[in-house]
Design a protein around this ligand. Structure first.
Ligand code: ADP
Ligand code: MG
Length: 605
């Protein structure tokens, strides 16, 4: 599928939309802040087929004093220029039927009118048509044309916006600090550039170049230009064609995760959008590679048949509505899962300072490499006699020794265990073609992952429940009791038969048998506590939480001394897992320090 776009070079003539179309347009405020002006003007330039877009921002102590966007697109003749500032005048659609197949960025004919109503606008434009010799210069103040003259100018359009919100103090009051508004402008330009890799963008603020992309090198070229090669190198390509869409782009390695969704940049048919539906697909695609409260870095360009995309739902056109939502979510998640599935995703140790050549990190990008919350459940177990501990660990390791025995090792190279640090981390030397590296493995997280996968695989085949001779009575707090009542059916499917026992008490009558062992009945309490942290509790969720809790409880704890042989066994089991990179909670199981990282830490670069 090629993005079906109305021919860019020569836009059809601007005309007023009819009453019916106007009424069907999602109305609302288009111009909220300076960044909205930048976005609308840049998108108009895109629609006009511009190859280069130059955005100039002037500031004074009070804020942003001038915005100018200049393009080399189709331009307008004098009559069109006059009409462009009339509300509902557009060259992009002619009737409401067109609303169902909009491929241009604009379609409402509202932006220029809205901008002109709250500012002073100077438009200089000339059609990219050789027959036209002179261009047009229009000044519009508060929505009224105050001057019109012929002007010598190159083909294309330049729109200058000054005194924004000067006459609407109520709106002006809502603006944030100058730095915040500038950050919004940077973000708007970045996102626009990412959605349009074939267009060169330049953002100049008070004479200084802030953002530059080149209009070549595709999405990867734009990402490198905006965020530097450091981020670009940590990306995994995602490509795929499904019945409803074409997917192109990149997802960041899981250890590049962030605390918000700001580095999830999505476009659908070249329109930059936000979408909770697509966000859900992305999360599902990452699965247990990410902690629940963290967000990945994602740059995706989706091409979806315009008939399935309703762009007319949000005043600033930032959201869309999708038909075939379920299929799209499923296929996007699968595409991401597949691309990550065959990659080595070991979390990197402290990045080498000289390694990444990020020129000037743009707003919002500078954040520490990764931040993982350590769960209190990972606290150490009380010290016990060495032989007793070894014995218990042997049992735990035996539980999982057959699961992935035949599978190929996912971590390339040979692994030699050096020892254990603080009875929590295993130190390994990895040797492969690239050289040697230190691998630190979190023993609890590692075994948790191994156990999780095996419980999951086993359970897909059968769940056996074992009746307890003496039922275990749990007395819960009322909030937890509510959760148990809601999750009783799901718990039963998992092998826990839980019955009301008066008030907020419950009797656990059966427990699941997993990997040949009976699960401790009071594990229900842990499951409930875990489920209580979820906002949306679906049967699917309950299932996953129970598996996670079982894995966590059964796994070797931090604080457990391990023999050399046990460490080797555990490492061996881990690297043969389907996803050895993170524990089921999304924290890393291992961190690698390669030559780059080591040289960086020793300032050798
Ligand atoms: P819309 O983009 O929804 O059509 P706008 O108010 O943003 O509405 O623009 C109105 C019209 O002005 C556009 O349809 C287009 O024909 C014309 N126009 C606006 N900006 C440009 C530009 N940079 N180059 C050429 N034509 C433009
Ligand atoms: Mg527009």
């Amino acid at each position: 599928m090629k993005p079906s776009r109305t021919p860019k070079k020569q836009q059809s003539r601007i005309r007023l939309l009819d009453e019916e179309t106007i009424n069907r347009i999602a109305a609302g405020e288009v111009v909220e802040r300076p960044a909205s002006v930048v976005k609308e003007l840049a998108e108009n330039a895109i629609d006009a087929g511009a190859k280069q877009i130059r955005i100039e921002i002037r500031t004074d102590p009070g804020g942003i004093s001038r915005i100018r966007v200049t393009d080399d697109g189709s331009g307008m003749d004098a009559a069109e220029a006059r009409l462009a500032f009339t509300r509902h005048a557009t060259s992009k659609i002619t009737s409401w039927e067109d609303l169902s197949r909009v491929a241009s960025m604009g379609f409402r004919g509202e932006a220029l009118a809205s901008i002109a109503a709250v500012s002073r606008v100077t438009l200089v434009t000339k059609p990219a048509d050789d027959a036209v010799i002179a261009g047009t210069r229009l000044v519009i103040d508060g929505g009224e044309i105050v001057s019109e003259e012929a002007a010598g100018t190159p083909a294309g359009t330049s729109i200058t916006v000054e005194d924004l919100f000067a006459a609407t103090p109520a709106r002006k009051k809502f603006l944030k600090r100058k730095a915040t508004e500038l950050a919004h402008i940077y973000t708007a330009v970045e996102r626009c550039a990412l959605a349009h890799p074939r267009t060169a963008f330049l953002l100049v603020q008070d004479g200084a170049e802030k953002i530059r992309t080149y209009g070549r090198g595709g999405l990867f070229g734009v990402i490198s230009a905006l965020y530097g090669t450091g981020i670009a190198r940590s990306l995994v390509p995602v490509n795929g064609t499904t019945p409803y869409m074409r997917i192109e782009g990149y997802v960041g390695r899981p250890d590049l995760n962030r605390q918000n969704a700001q580095m999830i940049v999505l476009s659908v048919n070249e329109r930059q959008i936000t979408s909770n539906v697509l966000l859900r697909a992305i999360r599902a695609g990452f699965g247990t590679l990410l902690p629940k409260n963290r967000y990945p870095v994602v740059f995706l360009a989706l091409n979806i048949d315009t008939a399935l995309v309703d762009v007319n739902v949000h005043p600033a056109k930032k959201e869309i509505r999708l038909s075939r939502e379920d299929e799209i979510v499923r296929d996007l998640a699968a595409a991401i899962r597949t691309s990550l599935g065959d990659k080595e995703l070991i979390a990197r140790g402290t990045p080498a300072p000289g390694g990444s050549a990020a020129p000037a990190p743009a707003a919002g990008v500078a954040e520490s490499h990764s931040a993982y919350r350590i769960d209190p459940r990972h606290e150490r177990m009380p010290q016990q006699p060495l032989h007793a501990a070894f014995g218990q660990t042997d049992t735990r390791l035996r539980l999982t020794e057959h699961g992935a025995a035949g599978a190929a090792a996912k971590v390339p190279g040979s692994l030699t265990v050096l020892g254990q640090i603080d009875t929590a981390y295993i130190v390994v030397v990895r040797k492969d073609d690239a050289g040697e590296a230190i691998l630190l493995i979190d023993q609890h997280a590692a075994h948790e992952r191994v156990l999780y996968e095996q419980v999951l695989a086993k359970r897909e085949r059968e769940t056996t429940a074992q009746e307890l001779i003496v039922p275990v009575i749990l007395t819960l707090r009322s909030k937890e009791a509510e959760i148990v009542r809601g999750a009783r059916h799901a718990l039963m499917t998992e092998g826990f038969l839980v019955e009301e026992f008066g008030g907020d008490s419950f009797a656990v009558r059966t427990v699941p048998v997993i990997l040949g062992r009976q699960v401790a009945p009071d594990l229900v309490r842990d499951c409930v506590a875990d489920i209580a942290m979820e906002t949306r509790v679906s049967a699917e969720n309950v299932r996953e939480r129970i598996t996670t809790v079982i894995a966590c409880r059964g796994a070797i704890k931090a604080g457990t001394p391990l023999s050399a042989e046990q460490m080797q066994k555990l490492v061996d089991q881990l690297v043969r897992s389907k996803n050895p990179w993170t524990c089921p909670h999304g924290r890393p199981t291992m961190v690698i320090f390669g030559r780059n990282e080591l040289d960086g830490m020793f300032r050798r670069t």
